[in-house]
Design a protein around this ligand. Structure first.
Ligand code: NCD
Ligand code: ZN
Length: 360
């Protein structure tokens, strides 16, 4: 009966999605929760390097990848690894990664903007040798585009774009591919549109998260309360920004794709004064995005955004497997729930809500 109801409610079939920005965290207690949650849905998932200590050698990336795979529970799991960019990342380690297919990119964190970014950079000048090595071997740069020292948190991303860092890096390293991660403002959308309009094969792309795509800063507050599970960097923005991101994601532009920035923290680390930024969205991320594309009549562009554009941008083979998307039935509703990591809980985005879709 259940199968029959699903069959009746089939919306479409798409190539298996991938997640181009994901925080698995480290250690078996985390990975046995995060790795299966991720790889039951995604083919490729980019593992962010902001561990303690950060991932800065091929050996470290390799052992971290091994741990993720040990817990992934899926034969086709493809964790893609990244290096953490600062002066301690030796260009030799970049060159060593040249022929390693799972070494995807290098991540730039401005110093002090987010979780484990104390070792990040104030500017790109000190890491010119690393950028040269990356340009040499065709390894992309992933950028957390926020400037820490600005009057309000809402302007951190605009300040970063206005600082001209990206433009300067592009001028100095013209073949370097750059992905702007988790973009969150109308201004950044406009910036990307401009670059892509001027240059056909633009070297600039962007990932968008499900939370920036479907939530605003109002979702950080419930009535007159605060909801730490919705606190992240970059902070959720305003409805105009969300509208621009939606327009961009549903435009079909090939330089834009899904990167969840799934970033769980324990409740103890999050629900306190000085609580950490990061949204645990792996259970509902695709659900939110499917709902957005469906509601706007762009279901035929969903596959590009969640399954194809990222593979093309990073030169990865498009997955062979497909998934069918069904409207979930009410007979066996699936609710978004907490998970336990060791003795602690992690609280997801939209806890308690019913998932609207079922991916099979
Ligand atoms: C991320 C984390 O917790 O690692 N936090 C976040 O708010 N997005 C780091 C990051 O990507 O900024
Ligand atoms: Zn992140």
């Amino acid at each position: 009966l259940v199968i029959k109801t699903y069959k009746m409610n089939k919306l479409c079939e798409i190539i298996k999605p991938s997640d181009w920005h994901h925080h698995f965290r480290d250690g078996p207690e985390w990975l046995k929760v995060t790795a299966p949650l991720c790889f039951s849905q995604f083919e490729y998932a980019v593992a962010m390097p902001n561990l303690i200590p950060p991932v800065q050698t091929l050996e470290h990336a390799n052992s971290y990848r091994g741990s993720i795979l040990t817990h992934a529970g899926s034969g086709s799991a493809k964790p893609m690894m990244t290096y953490y960019l600062n002066m301690d990342l030796s260009p030799d380690e970049i060159y060593k990664a040249a022929d390693v297919d799972y070494m995807l990119a290098v991540k730039y964190y401005p110093q002090g903007v987010t979780t484990n970014s104390a070792g990040g950079l104030a500017t790109y000048e000190p890491v010119r040798d690393q950028l040269h090595a990356m340009e040499d071997i065709g390894m992309p740069l992933l950028v957390h585009g926020e400037q820490p020292d600005v009057p309000t948190v809402f302007n951190r991303e605009s300040a970063f774009i206005e600082s001209g860092q990206i433009r300067k890096i592009q001028e100095e390293f013209p073949s370097l591919k750059i992905t702007l991660e988790h973009i969150s403002t109308s201004q950044t959308c406009a910036y990307l549109w401009d670059v892509c309009r001027i240059t056909k094969a633009a070297k600039l792309a962007a990932t968008i998260t499900p939370h920036h795509l479907t939530c605003t800063v109002n979702d950080l507050f419930t009535g007159c309360g605060i909801r730490p599970s919705m606190y992240c960097c970059p902070i959720l923005k305003h409805s105009e920004d969300m509208a621009s991101l939606q327009e961009l994601a549903m435009s079909g532009l090939a330089n834009v794709f899904y990167g969840s920035d799934n970033a769980p923290h324990t409740d103890a680390a999050k629900f306190r004064d000085g609580g950490k930024p990061g949204i645990f969205n792996v259970q509902c991320g695709l659900d939110c995005v499917i709902d957005l594309f469906t509601a706007n009549g762009w279901l035929d562009r969903l596959e590009g955004f969640v399954s194809i554009h990222g593979c093309d941008w990073y030169g990865k083979q498009i997955p062979n497997s497909k998934v069918s998307i069904f409207l979930a039935n009410d007979e066996e509703p699936e609710y978004i729930d907490k998970y336990k990591v060791g003795n602690e809980f992690i609280t997801p985005m939209h806890i308690g809500k019913k998932l609207k879709y079922k991916l099979v």
